[in-house]
Design a protein around this ligand. Structure first.
Ligand SMILES: Nc1ncnc2c1ncn2[C@@H]1O[C@H](COP(=O)(O)OP(=O)(O)O)[C@@H](O)[C@H]1O
Ligand SMILES: [Mg+2]
Length: 288
């Protein structure tokens, strides 16, 4: 099928969006376009594509074709407070959620305060006392999470199966994990124990193949499918912690704008091929 495809992105997804567009153009028979919402609006007026791949934008547009990751689902995922309420309602394994600072009891400490729209480690308050919880509230925390110590952290790239694409409500088994990476310490010396977050800037990066047990990875993959099914996205990168002591997964969030611009990783290629097959556009230039 020679679908005319448009990759839609905004500032936060510009490098990923361009990389995905380039990758799709290399393997898709049909036309591949891409750009910001204003470019999309002008193309809609002139010669609309048959399908849009939405990398994390939430603005409204009137388009009758196929949308991969419709904005309603992207909204549901990017409002982290709302997403965590959905996890709780649908019994997705996750750190215990407190929707008000006053809900945090002394026995619940420590907790982590977060804003509704956090990103890249922003809007993060590690609270050891209830005073610190109150302080976090006054600085913008809208919810709190139980602090889960001593975990391994994974990112699971998860896609809707082709036969479930377009279905209104989704179950875990409507999804497949297409790639799993683990956050690994790459800084010098040992990680600083005062740094709670495993963040890129603190020396943690995602790498594959850490030789973990398949049972552990299966638990993590399944939690990721539960999380993305709760939000109804067509694809996403799910951040999952795995607590070594109780062998339990804890879902943190689903990212609808995963990083695809890393030249050394195959993530972009995996996404491009999955997206085409999800759309039923199986004819690719690549005849392998
Ligand atoms: N409840 C928690 N318990 C332990 N560590 C956490 C918890 N929540 C977040 N973290 C740490 O903070 C990092 C960032 O959290 P995350 O929810 O993925 O938000 P973002 O990536 O948007 O900042 C995680 O990768 C993890 O290292
Ligand atoms: Mg994260």
């Amino acid at each position: 099928m020679k679908e005319r495809v448009f990759v839609l992105y905004q500032n936060s997804g510009v490098y990923s969006g361009r990389a995905l567009r380039r990758m799709l153009a290399g393997i898709h028979e049909g036309n591949v376009l891409g750009g910001y919402p204003n470019r999309f609006a002008s193309i809609l007026r002139k010669n609309p594509p048959s399908c849009v791949i939405n990398l994390g934008t939430t603005g409204e547009f009137s388009f009758n074709g196929t949308v991969v990751n419709p904005r309603e689902m992207v909204r549901a995922a990017s409002n982290k407070r709302q997403a965590r309420i959905a996890f709780q309602e649908q019994e997705v394994p996750a750190p215990q959620l407190f929707l008000r600072g006053s809900d945090v009891g002394a026995a619940d400490l420590p907790v982590i305060g977060r804003t509704s729209y956090h990103n890249k480690g922003q809007g993060f308050w590690f609270c050891k006392t209830r005073d610190q919880v109150q302080n976090a509230v006054s600085r913008g925390a809208t919810h709190f999470l139980q602090f889960v110590p001593r975990t391994r952290e994974y990112r699971v790239h998860t896609f809707c199966k082709k036969k479930a694409f377009g279905k209104e409500s989704r179950e875990s088994n409507d999804y497949v994990s297409v790639k799993l990476v683990e956050k690994v310490w790459q800084g010098t010396g040992k990680p600083d124990p005062r740094r709670i977050q495993k963040n890129h800037e603190f020396g943690w990066v995602f790498l594959g193949h850490q030789n973990r047990r398949e049972e552990e990875l299966d638990v993590v993959r399944y939690a990721a499918k539960q999380a993305i099914a709760a939000l109804g996205l067509d694809f996403g990168a799910v951040d999952v912690m795995y607590r070594i002591r109780d062998k339990r997964p804890y879902v943190l969030e689903v990212n609808s704008t995963p990083s695809l611009a890393d030249e050394t990783a195959d993530t972009c290629e995996v996404y491009a091929k999955r997206i085409l097959s999800m759309l039923g556009a199986t004819e690719t230039k690549d005849k392998k």
